[in-house]
Design a protein around this ligand. Structure first.
Ligand code: ADP
Ligand code: MG
Length: 349
């Protein structure tokens, strides 16, 4: 059992703020993903939880007990990093066994524990190999097995898939998801990859420059991004964002006129997702020359340019047109997200 409470934790180096006012309770057995661009404070947050970095503000509690002053080795956490950090001279078996030896776990239990952990990550046939004789994916699985082997209360994983090629990332991601279901241990997982975050998380925390932007389930965050930054970070492609003026419930920008919006007059950033719009015969709310078209296999992505921004819509896979030909795009007002043009905060719908 491990519920983690982060009470307004922060990290400063001199005047530089790495993490600011991070306040969140992570439920027992929750899979929480910290997501954000490089440098936004994800690793620092995780290192504070592990005890590898002192929090300069706030309290960290595990099951109600304050752990700020507890040594990393006394916090019952296991970390998996982007670099596997395996011992090159030890074979897979001994690498996985290592944490048990260090922690003085009863040696008569080692073999069973190592075999169970290695079976979970499908390494049973590689126990005699040295790390140099393994692929990147296999090495990362050794690192996972080494984290699993001593059954910690908390898993911390920092971009564990970044060194793997695209195909292996997908299969290892699936394995981590399955493993986390099986282990049911509180997990905090760091990534800059929104697809990883959306596929793995019970809840996602999106950070920007040390500040939490939104906390929610993947569905919450996808359906109701709290601000334009989150909207631009989640989804593939990212949400279309267009700047324009609202007057009497109608949004206008060059090539765009969308009525039926329920917000006060003023400058607005309007967003909608490629999959929430359609190519129309004519009479759509956006009429603009085609900038580019991309065949995706199951659909054709049609893009136009509006005020310098690329706006994409998913059309039928058989859709054909020429670049510079005018395309009409229909967007229902209820599919539009509206953000304050200055602060980026969500307004209205
Ligand atoms: N020891 C340090 N001293 C000063 N600044 C640091 C230190 N470690 C990290 N930072 C800064 O803190 C910010 C957050 O870093 P980090 O948590 O590693 O980001 P992320 O993991 O999201 O990429 C970055 O701007 C980074 O340069
Ligand atoms: Mg990092």
């Amino acid at each position: 059992m491990a519920e983690i409470q982060l009470r307004n934790i922060g990290k400063r180096w001199g005047s530089f703020v790495g993490v600011d006012n991070f306040d969140l309770t992570i439920a027992d057995k929750e899979f929480l993903v910290l997501l954000g661009p490089s440098g936004c404070g994800k690793t620092t947050t995780m290192r504070m939880i592990a005890g590898l970095e002192d929090a300069t503000e706030g309290d960290i509690l595990v099951d109600g007990q304050r752990v700020n002053d507890m040594e990393p080795k006394d916090r019952d956490v296991a970390m998996v990093f982007q670099s596997y950090a395996l011992y090159p001279n030890l074979n897979v078996y001994e690498n996985i066994r290592f944490p048990l030896r260090v922690r003085g776990v009863d040696p008569s239990t080692h073999d069973e524990k190592v075999r169970r952990a290695s079976a979970m990550v499908e390494l049973d046939d590689f126990l005699h190999r040295k790390p140099a004789e393994l692929s990147g994916g296999q090495r990362q699985r050794v690192a996972l097995a080494r984290a699993i082997v001593r059954q910690p209360n908390v898993f911390l994983m920092d971009e564990p898939l970044s060194n793997l090629d695209a195909k292996l990332r997908v299969s290892t991601r699936a394995q981590i998801k399955n493993l986390s279901h099986e282990l049911a241990v509180t997990t905090i997982y760091v990534t800059h990859d929104q697809i990883e975050a959306m596929t793995l998380a019970d809840r996602v925390v999106i950070m920007k420059r040390g500040v939490v932007q939104q906390v929610g389930t993947p569905v919450d965050i996808y359906d109701r991004p709290a601000n334009a930054f989150v909207a631009s970070f989640i989804g593939n492609p990212a949400m279309n964002l267009v700047e324009g003026e609202i007057s009497g419930g109608t949004f206008r920008a060059k090539h765009v006129e969308i009525s039926g919006l329920n917000v006060p007059d003023g400058t607005i950033t309007l967003g909608f997702r490629a999959e929430d719009a359609n190519v129309a015969e004519s009479g759509g709310q956006i009429n603009a020359p085609i900038y580019t078209m991309e065949l995706l296999g199951d659909a054709t992505m049609v893009s136009v340019r509006i005020g310098g921004a690329l706006v994409s819509v998913k059309a039928d896979k058989n859709y054909r047109a020429e670049i510079d030909e005018t395309v009409s795009i229909s967007v229902a007002p209820e599919q539009c997200h509206l953000f304050d043009a200055t602060t980026g905060a969500r307004v209205g719908s």
